[in-house]
Design a protein around this ligand. Structure first.
Ligand code: NAP
Length: 274
């Protein structure tokens, strides 16, 4: 039976058409027989204050935030939770007591996806490729998991240095990343390379130890050229769909007080929509 309250959430970004979050949250709303909707809400740069007003008026429980607003929305929020503040980016807003609270569920999403797939106690040295918004959340999650040997490599070195300085991580030149793989146990791609419509990462995994795990946070396609290369070399791989599902589940719980299941049925359903 549907309950009487309307459960409203959505995603704000520019563009937002590519996001599979609306399909995922609609699945959970239906699974829990909750009336309401999760809307794709295109918001151009500059349109944030007006949109936040509108969302408050229309009694949204909250929204996800995606490119290009994850950082630029911070000045418009009443509170930001400590992990999101440390990363300097939010991906989820919750409306509570007439206030906007910012969170970053990508941090939890990556941790949960990684720890479900891998025994993290066996990993000492990690290399993160990329230093964009998502890299910040991934590095924070690695820190929260207790990793102390983190190396960051990014096409634009200054951005890697900036991220590394907050995380106590090392930086390797983009040109030298292949040779720096020599003692790495976990390699994580957080760049947008490998996404549908983009070329794959230019990387050679020959130096990566055979027991190393390779993770990619890109989820469309599910098996990126990096993961394909890693699988051909026999590495254990972790795709980006796990992170997507877990960050979404944490947001759903923050809005509606119900933690939805992340299971094989949901994974199969989402894979069909990709
Ligand atoms: P972003 O802030 O725009 O950062 C993009 C990153 O990719 C930067 O490090 C950039 O390097 C690098 N890059 C772009 N083109 C490149 C190229 N040709 N060669 C080498 N590096 C290149 O984007 P983001 O928000 O971090 O997102 C990155 C990816 O993560 C996207 O594909 C997104 O869909 C995915 N993501 C997945 C999840 C999930 O739940 N699975 C969550 C968040 C994001 P420069 O600094 O040199 O430009």
């Amino acid at each position: 039976m549907l309950d009487s309250k309307t459960h409203k959430a959505g995603i704000i970004g520019w563009p937002v058409g590519h996001s599979i979050s609306p399909v995922m949250h609609a699945y959970w709303l239906k699974e829990h027989s909750l009336s309401g909707a999760y809307d794709a809400l295109p918001v151009k740069p500059g349109g944030l204050p007006k949109m936040l007003e509108l969302l408050a008026e229309q009694q949204y429980a909250g929204v996800n935030v995606t490119i290009p607003h994850k950082q630029s929305i911070l000045p418009f929020l009443d509170e930001v939770d400590p992990s999101a503040a440390a990363v300097g980016a939010v991906n989820t807003l919750v409306r509570k007591n007439k206030k906007w609270l910012g969170m970053n569920t990508d941090i939890y999403g990556f941790s949960k996806s990684l720890t479900e797939a891998v025994d993290v106690k066996k990993i000492q040295r990690v290399m993160v490729l990329g230093a964009g918004g998502a890299a910040g959340a991934v590095v924070k999650s690695l820190q929260e998991l207790g990793f102390t040997h983190i190396t960051i490599s990014n096409r634009t070195r200054e951005k890697a240095e900036e991220l590394a300085s907050h995380a106590g991580a090392k930086v390797v030149d983009w040109e030298n990343k292949d040779t720096a793989l020599e003692r790495i146990n976990l390699l994580v791609n957080t760049t947008s390379r490998g996404m549908k419509g983009e070329g794959g990462l230019d990387i050679n995994l020959n130096m990566l130890p055979s027991q190393a795990v390779v993770a990619d946070i890109v989820y469309n396609p599910l098996v990126t050229p990096l993961l394909q290369q890693a699988q051909e070399k026999g590495h254990l791989t972790v795709d980006g769909l796990g992170m997507l599902m877990h960050q979404g589940a944490a947001a759903f719980a923050a809005w509606f007080g119900i933690t939805p299941k992340v299971d094989d049925k949901l994974r199969a359903f989402l894979q069909e929509t990709l």
